[in-house]
Design a protein around this ligand. Structure first.
Ligand SMILES: NC(=O)c1ccc[n+]([C@@H]2O[C@H](COP(=O)([O-])OP(=O)(O)OC[C@H]3O[C@@H](n4cnc5c(N)ncnc54)[C@H](OP(=O)(O)O)[C@@H]3O)[C@@H](O)[C@H]2O)c1
Length: 343
């Protein structure tokens, strides 16, 4: 059985959900793929770092984070101060990068993934920044090292979008796509249909941990725009930065408008779209009124949808219900299996 050493950079909601899922799937990974793993390194922002080449006690690591304590007590050796030295010292085979997204330049995650690939590790992330700011560079580096740079969870969490086009749709050309990629805004618009004001709906999304303390990244369409840019970069082969996606958020929509439109058979949705045109790819995020004839009409709450138009299959849709860190974790686990055992 092949054993892989795993390193985690970032051990927040996603990193912890991945660690739990890996433990839950340990027996199945061994039985179905003859694959085992040791979690040898974890590094965080404010909760310390730990390295143990014999394998860290993951249950203890999860408890330490839950108690807001420091991971250093788990470490069997001194942990280097610099991140690049830490990645080197981990001696891992696979690096999972799950630190917060940087919309502007993708750092420091790009540097973490680059360092891992240069050291001969597979590099896997749920962080959108590196995909929109360094997709070509990291993919070429990975190829030159015979390793993989994979990022399934960056758009629609664990739903298989990138692997769908990579593996299941050979020679298909993506002509256009549209969808609902931001759960927070879809939940807010859903709550506003029941009479909540915009502020009340935002407060609800924050109270259940969906929206951040500063929800502007979602409300103003930045999260949706970076996902559109990621899909255009990877699936359409056109380098587009989030700032080049025409973007309008939902801040100005009132619950009166939402309810009046609903009475007329239309729902507000924050629609993400891109289309190849003779002038290049046109990509945008904007609120739209959709009718019951659209598959987006019944996509409510935190559920997401992607509709793809290809030159071979016509319309193809994926719907992901109730996403969260657990589904994001599955995308990372799928990337791990696909990286070490490509089909
Ligand atoms: N949540 C989801 O369901 C979801 C879905 C798709 C994609 N993503 C993406 O996944 C990534 C992680 O999301 P999350 O929800 O897990 O975020 P999170 O809960 O805020 O966790 C972030 C982790 O990164 C650590 N960190 C921050 N800056 C760091 C640095 N410079 N070096 C090393 N570690 C650092 C934090 O440490 P401290 O807490 O100790 O500061 C924490 O462990 C993000 O890029 C996000 O956009 C998340």
């Amino acid at each position: 059985m092949t054993q892989y050493k795993l390193a985690f950079i970032g051990f927040g909601n996603v990193g912890q959900a991945l660690a739990r899922l890996l433990e839950r799937k340990r027996t199945e990974l061994a039985a179905r793929y003859d694959l085992s793993f040791l979690s040898v390194a974890i590094i965080t922002g404010r909760h310390g770092a730990a390295i143990d080449p014999q394998g860290l006690d993951i249950q203890r690591a999860l408890k330490i984070i839950a108690n807001d304590d420091n991971l250093n007590e788990l470490s069997t050796r001194a942990t280097p101060k610099s991140m690049l030295d830490f990645i080197h010292a981990s001696q891992a085979d696979v690096l999972f990068e799950n630190t917060p997204v940087n919309y502007e330049n993708g750092q420091p995650a790009v540097g973490h993934l680059q360092a891992a690939l240069e050291l001969g590790m597979h590099a896997i992330t749920a962080n959108k920044g590196p995909v929109v700011h360094a997709y070509q560079q990291l993919t070429q580096l990975a190829a030159s090292k015979g390793k993989r740079f994979l990022f399934e969870s960056t758009v629609m969490d664990g739903a298989p979008i990138f692997s769908l086009f990579r593996s299941a749709l050979p020679a298909a050309q993506l002509l256009s796509f549209q969808g609902i990629f931001n759960s927070t805004t879809n939940l807010i618009l859903t709550r506003m249909e029941t009479g909540e004001s915009f502020a009340e709906a935002v407060a609800y999304a924050q109270s259940i941990g969906i929206a951040e303390t500063d929800p502007s990244g979602d409300i103003d369409g930045w999260d949706a725009a970076i996902k559109v840019a990621a899909l255009v970069n990877v699936l359409m082969g056109v380098a587009v930065k989030p700032a080049q996606v025409t973007r309008e958020g939902i801040r100005h929509i009132t619950s009166e408008q939402v309810r009046r439109s609903l009475a007329q058979g239309k729902r507000y949705k924050l629609v993400c779209s891109a289309r190849r045109t003779p002038q290049g790819v046109q990509a945008q995020v904007a609120p739209e009124l959709v009718g019951a004839d659209s598959p987006m009409y019944n996509v409510m709450g935190t559920t997401s949808i992607a509709q793809f138009e290809t030159d071979v299959l016509g319309q193809l849709s994926l719907i992901e219900a109730d996403p969260g860190p657990h589904t994001t974790a599955y995308g990372l686990l799928a990337d791990f299996v696909n990286a070490v055992q490509p089909i």
